[in-house]
Design a protein around this ligand. Structure first.
Ligand code: NDP
Length: 279
């Protein structure tokens, strides 16, 4: 039977460690505050924003919520970001994505001061990651590295296949695995003979946004499977990109959805907020 990699427990441990760190910082007179900006009232975004605020409360750092109406212009949003960039008491700025279609996400991400870019999406943060310089790392891939390490799974020397090449998951994931001395392959929708490629993986990381697409026949016996996907199945239930039952019959360890990668993303965001105080 495959080991379940429990993201809820591991993220809880990280949050408790951060809570202690935050208390020590407060004692030393350092207060940390995250600014969270949401434009419009997309229900999924509202849930994420609420969870981020709750996370800040739990570890004992401040959060300021900016809930802007759907019709907010790009200029208004950029003005707010500029204000927050200059506010000393704000350590991190997070703009909840997706933004309404009249606002260009790239322009908004570039407007955030890289020293406050706790999501790790600014080109400067991404560039720093690529050349091994210090900088904020995108939270979901950083969380996956923690999941693997804290589950006692060796990354060094392993054959890792990252399925998906988005800027926020697939690409930074591949670079982080490389930094951990894995041999890394990135696969995507144009990859030929996908099953042959994924079956090479000792560690298979799936981030494609296709409900339950990855079944046992994509997986090498004994591999570790990390499912990043968050989807709804036919009955509206949350599910990953991996068919859990099928995959669990061949792999040695697997993350569930929910309760795997998801909780780690917020834990790593809080970790980035904590680091922002040291910049
Ligand atoms: P994107 O849609 O940005 O990227 C999907 C990637 O998957 C693309 O590179 C695409 O290839 C590839 N792909 C799509 N279909 C196939 C296929 N049939 N075979 C092979 N590759 C395919 O998605 P994200 O990276 O943003 O997110 C992926 C999933 O992870 C989603 O379910 C999302 O909800 C979830 N997610 C979860 C997070 C968490 O905290 N747990 C955080 C972020 C995302 P190509 O480039 O060729 O189009």
């Amino acid at each position: 039977m495959a080991m379940i990699i429990d993201g809820k427990t591991i993220s809880g441990q990280i949050k408790d460690e951060l809570k202690e760190k935050a208390a020590r910082k407060r004692e030393a007179g350092v207060n940390i505050t995250l600014a969270v900006i949401q434009v419009g009232a997309d229900p999924a975004s509202s849930v994420y924003v609420r969870n981020k605020k709750k996370g800040c409360e739990y570890i004992g750092i401040g959060s300021e919520a900016y809930e802007l109406p759907e019709q907010t212009t790009q200029e208004e949003l950029l003005r707010l970001i500029d204000e927050l960039n200059h506010k000393e008491e704000i350590n991190g700025i997070l703009v909840q994505l997706p933004l309404p279609s009249h606002i260009d996400e790239d322009t908004v991400i570039r407007a955030i001061d890289p020293k406050k870019d706790v999501d790790g999406f600014h080109p400067q943060s991404v560039g720093a990651l690529c050349i091994g310089q210090p900088g904020f790392v995108s939270c979901t891939p950083a969380g996956i590295i923690q999941l693997l390490k804290r589950s006692g799974i060796t990354i060094e020397g392993k054959e890792c296949v990252v399925l998906g090449r988005s800027n926020i998951v697939g690409k930074p994931m591949a670079i982080l695995l490389l930094r951990e001395n894995a041999t890394v392959t990135i696969a995507h929708s144009r990859t030929q003979n996908l099953k042959e490629v994924t079956k090479r993986a000792d560690i298979l990381i799936v981030a494609i946004g296709k409900p339950k697409m990855i079944t046992a026949d994509y997986i090498k016996e004994g591999a570790v499977v990390i499912d990043v996907g968050i989807n709804r199945d036919e009955s509206g239930k949350l599910c990953g990109d991996v068919d859990f039952e099928s995959a669990a019959s061949v792999c040695s360890a697997i993350t569930p959805v929910p309760g795997g990668v998801g909780p780690m993303t917020i834990a790593m965001l809080l970790n980035n907020c904590m680091e922002s105080a040291d910049l």
